[in-house]
Design a protein around this ligand. Structure first.
Ligand SMILES: [Zn+2]
Length: 223
């Protein structure tokens, strides 16, 4: 409630902007709407613009590629009371305002969370896989990963796909590139229609997960 109205400066030509209350912004571009809520005084207008711009740059591409029926309206809430990093569900993304203010380049945190929104899986699959897929999305669609010093770390001997996130993302991208193109899309589709099973990997690639990991661990390149 403390934050002054977001001034969209040059975005004003592209966005129709309406403030519903101090700290709350309703931003529209085409068929997409972002409800931007901020109860803190920690987020600069520049950072707020970067977060909003990430949504409008990234999300329509994800929807087109992954789930055309996904919601076109997303709520992004920066909350001082939320002490963790971020969480999302059903078109809502909650970000810890303090964390965001301390990691100003990490705007593709939103890209990761938007992957969860666009996935809109009916049933929860394995957590490592859900988070790995979200970081695949961040890697593929992210706008500011380099400035945030965010990348997919090289494979280490102690890694396992069950670590999820970037480690799983690198593995998934490797499968998609070197074992069976289209695997990521097919796994996404099965999670979406609740037909994903542990046997899906063998059905799609001809190998089960542990067989794939064993090959990956000696053929690590994803370039
Ligand atoms: Zn996540």
């Amino acid at each position: 409630m403390k934050k002054s109205l977001l001034i969209l400066s040059f975005f004003s030509l592209l966005l129709s902007f309406k403030a519903s209350a101090q700290g709350d912004q309703l931003i529209k571009r085409g068929e997409y709407t972002l409800k931007f809520l901020d109860n803190s005084s920690l987020i600069s207008e520049e950072l707020a613009q970067n977060l909003a711009n990430t949504f409008f740059e990234v999300y329509p591409k994800m929807v087109k590629d992954l789930n055309p029926k996904a919601t076109k309206t997303v709520t992004l809430m920066l909350d001082t009371n939320y002490k963790k990093v971020a969480v999302s569900g059903k078109g809502n993304i909650l970000i810890g305002a303090l964390w965001m203010s301390q990691h100003q380049h990490d705007t593709d945190l939103v890209t990761h969370e938007l992957m969860h929104v666009v996935q809109d899986f009916k049933a929860l699959g394995p957590e490592w896989l859900i988070e790995g897929l979200a970081d695949c999305g961040r890697f593929q669609y992210g706008l500011n990963n380099t400035a945030a010093d965010w990348n997919l770390p090289p494979l280490e001997s102690f890694h396992h796909y069950k670590f999820g996130y970037r480690i799983a993302a690198r593995f998934l991208l490797w499968i998609d590139k070197y074992q069976k193109p289209g695997t990521i899309a097919q796994i996404n589709a099965r999670l979406k229609d609740d037909s994903y099973k542990s046997t899906s990997w063998k059905e799609i690639t001809g190998k089960n997960l542990d067989e794939l990991w064993a090959i990956y661990s000696v053929n690590k390149d994803i370039d």
